[in-house]
Design a protein around this ligand. Structure first.
Ligand SMILES: *Cc1c(COP(=O)(O)O)cnc(C)c1O
Length: 367
């Protein structure tokens, strides 16, 4: 039998495409607004951007874009290995940590098998699962957070991957290290635990799990991190995984040979060397969250306290409030696709940006 056009498998056609935060340019064009006056608090970027030293490293790397990048990422892996006290062979670099999540499913999930993740968890987990023709097992959240015992109980004999986000996006919920480690320990060793720590740098140091240290004990654990959030490099697309040598080897087999570009590698090396900048960003984020909590409380608007650089704000008819905010030049993120139709996710911005959001929300809600 012949077809008039190529036909994608059902499991691919069934994928709900990822909906990103609206770019400033789109909102400016569609609503005839001055892009310079638009505030974007929709994608959890670092509102300060990268440090000047990182920008200089990118400019220097831009002078040599003729050659292919280092496909192994020698210098960045060397820096990461020293920083994290692991072997370079335990590292995998990704075109964003999104790439890492996909590589994990490519390496370990066969069609028909299953991956477990939580309700209201990061949208890429179902995407990466379904793209492999595998089945997603979504475990109901408890008070919006991952219910770890229920996730453990949901693991079937054909489950090969479990995704855990800590903190989770979009809920901002956090799992205490002891409970998280107990979960990792309880997961069968033939199931890969993908621990997504995209917002790790925003946690108070005392709240951070020693997840990299756990690797010595847990051969089925993979820790995923990114330079997109606290390091301010979202546009360059770079993240990494730390796992056993065997798991890293598997992911390195299925990745593109040059999946991380040279500018991203240079930027990440410079960013990693500037601890002070990341610490300042963490403190600024705490202040921004406090500012938003106070402003929302003053408006009588409920919110979910967050461990990330964003928070869920309960506005009721979020689709309507979102549209009205867009007309006022404030871009936030509706999260109905995460099963949270009454909420908007608002990224923490600079103080003036947070003020703009609060003032716009006040006007939209008529308070
Ligand atoms: C933003 C985010 C990521 C990663 O984004 P990349 O830009 O691809 O590194 C991963 N996990 C969660 C939970 C996120 O919110």
């Amino acid at each position: 039998m012949t077809h008039a056009a190529p036909v994608a498998p059902d499991y691919v056609r069934g994928i709900a495409p990822y909906v990103p935060g609206k770019p400033i340019d789109d909102v400016a064009r569609e609503l005839h607004l001055d892009p310079a006056k638009i505030v974007k608090l929709a994608s959890n970027e670092n509102p300060r951007g990268p440090s000047p030293g990182v920008l200089a490293a990118i400019a220097a790397a831009a002078l040599d874009v003729t050659r292919y990048p280092d496909g192994f990422g020698y210098h960045l892996k060397d820096a990461l290995a020293k920083r994290l006290s692991v072997a370079p062979a335990q590292l995998v670099l990704g075109n964003g940590s999104n790439d890492i999540l996909e590589l994990a499913t490519m390496g370990y999930l066969r069609p028909g098998e299953a991956a477990v993740y939580a309700q209201h968890a990061f949208a890429v987990y179902p995407l990466a699962t379904h793209a492999r023709g595998a089945r997603g097992i979504e475990v109901p959240a408890r008070d919006l957070a991952h219910d770890l015992p229920a996730m453990r109980a949901a693991i079937t004999p054909d489950t090969r991957v479990v995704f855990v986000a800590n903190p989770n996006n979009p809920t901002g919920t956090w799992l205490a290290p002891a409970a998280l480690e107990a979960f990792v320990d309880a997961v069968p060793r033939d199931v890969l635990v993908v621990l997504d720590e995209a917002y790790n740098e925003f946690l108070d140091p005392a709240d951070r799990a020693d997840s990299i240290g756990w690797l010595a004990q847990y051969p089925h654990l993979l820790v995923s991190r990114t330079f997109s959030k606290a390091y301010g490099l979202a546009a360059l697309r770079i993240g990494y995984a730390v796992a056993s040598v065997e798991i890293a080897d598997t992911l390195n087999r299925v990745r593109q040979p040059f999946n991380v570009n040279a500018l991203a590698q240079a930027a990440a090396i410079a960013a990693l060397a500037d601890d002070a900048y990341v610490e300042e960003s963490r403190v600024l984020n705490r202040q921004g969250l406090a500012q938003l909590y106070a402003g929302l409380a003053a408006l009588g608007v409920a919110y979910v306290p967050s461990h990330g650089n964003f928070l869920l704000v309960k506005v009721g008819d979020a689709a309507r409030v979102n549209q009205a905010l867009l007309h006022l030049g404030v871009i936030v993120r509706p999260v109905a696709s995460y099963g949270l139709p009454e909420y908007l996710r608002v990224s923490v911005g600079l103080s003036a940006e947070n003020e703009r959001f609060l003032a716009a929300l006040k006007s939209v809600l008529g308070r």
